[in-house]
Design a protein around this ligand. Structure first.
Ligand code: 6PG
Length: 248
C-alpha cells in the first residue's frame, strides 16, 4: 500500500494533525475492541504531541484514556529516570499528567544491565498483553515512529543486526554508530500494525526524508523505508520544512 504523505504548514499544524489522528485511532480502537494499543516513539519530535495530548483541552477530552495500553517502539539502554530515556520523556510530557494507571504503561526496562534480558522481558510482556502464543506477532492499533538523520526508525539503524531479525518481536541491537545498545521492536512487529504514523519535522530532515520517500532505484532501502504495514495504513505527517517546500 502506498504511504499517505500529508504536508502540514508548520510544526504547530503538524502536531495538531498528529493529535487529531491519535484521538481518532484511539476512539476507533476502543469502540471496536474495547482497548487501544499504541507504541510511542522516542527522540525529541513527538514530545510536542505528547504534551498537547495531555494539555490541549479538546485532545485530552477526546482520548479514551482508560482504554489505552502504552508501549514503546524502542528504548535506550538507560534507567527510566535518565534524561535519554524515551519512557521518561513520554512520562513527563504526558503519562504523569493523564488518568492512566501503572498497569496501562508497559515500558522497556532499560535499566536491566543485560539488554538482551530487557528485550526478552519486553517480548514476554507483549505476548502477555496481546494474548499471543510463541509464534504470534502483536498487531498494534497504532505505532508512532520518527525518522533519524541516517534513515533509522525506532532503533533500527542502517547496517545493524536487528534489521534482519524476522523471528523475534524485540531485540537488543548493537548500534556501533552510537557505541551503544538499544532495545527495539523488529520490522515484523512494525509491519503488522493497523496504522503506522511517522512524524517528521524541520528542514534538518528534508534530505533524509527525500531519500526515504524517493529511493534511488536499486539502492538498498533505508530502515524507515522498510516500514510497509502488510495489512495496515502508513501515514507520513511532515511539515513543509521537512518536505523541502519552504526555505525556512
Ligand atoms: C529514538 C527514536 C528514534 C527517533 C529518531 C528521530 O529512540 O531516538 O526511537 O528512532 O524517532 O532518531 O529522533 P528526533 O525526533 O529526535 O529527531
Amino acid at each position: 500500500m502506498k504511504p499517505a504523505i500529508h504536508v502540514l504548514a508548520d510544526a504547530d499544524a503538524l502536531f495538531r494533525a498528529a493529535g487529531d489522528a491519535f484521538v481518532r485511532a484511539a476512539r476507533d480502537a476502543v469502540r471496536e475492541s474495547g482497548r487501544f494499543t499504541v507504541a510511542l516513539s522516542g527522540g525529541s519530535t513527538p514530545k510536542a504531541l505528547y504534551t498537547s495530548l495531555a494539555t490541549d483541552e479538546a485532545l485530552r477530552a477526546g482520548v479514551p484514556w482508560a482504554g489505552c495500553e502504552f508501549f514503546w517502539g524502542d528504548e535506550r539502554h538507560v534507567p527510566p529516570d535518565d534524561v535519554a530515556s524515551n519512557y521518561r520523556m513520554a512520562h513527563e510530557a504526558m503519562l504523569a499528567r493523564v488518568p492512566v494507571g501503572p498497569g496501562q504503561v508497559h515500558r522497556i526496562k532499560g535499566e536491566e544491565a543485560d539488554a538482551a534480558r530487557a528485550a526478552a522481558d519486553y517480548e514476554a510482556e507483549l505476548r502477555r498483553v496481546f494474548h499471543l502464543g510463541p509464534e504470534g506477532v502483536p498487531r498494534f492499533d497504532l505505532i508512532l515512529l520518527g525518522l533519524g538523520p541516517d534513515g533509522h526508525t525506532a532503533s533500527l539503524f542502517p547496517g545493524t543486526a536487528a534489521l534482519a531479525d524476522e523471528t523475534r518481536l524485540v531485540v537488543a541491537n548493537r548500534v556501533s554508530q552510537l557505541a551503544t545498545e538499544r532495545i527495539t521492536l523488529t520490522l515484523p512487529v512494525l509491519n503488522n500494525a493497523r496504522r503506522v504514523i511517522f512524524l517528521v519535522e524541520g528542514a534538518g530532515k528534508a534530505a533524509i526524508l527525500k531519500k526515504v520517500l524517493q529511493p534511488v532505484p536499486g539502492a538498498e532501502r533505508l530502515p524507515a523505508g522498510r516500514v510497509q504495514p502488510r495489512d495496515g495504513t502508513l501515514v507520513w505527517l511532515v511539515d513543509r520544512a521537512a518536505a523541502g517546500t519552504t526555505d525556512s
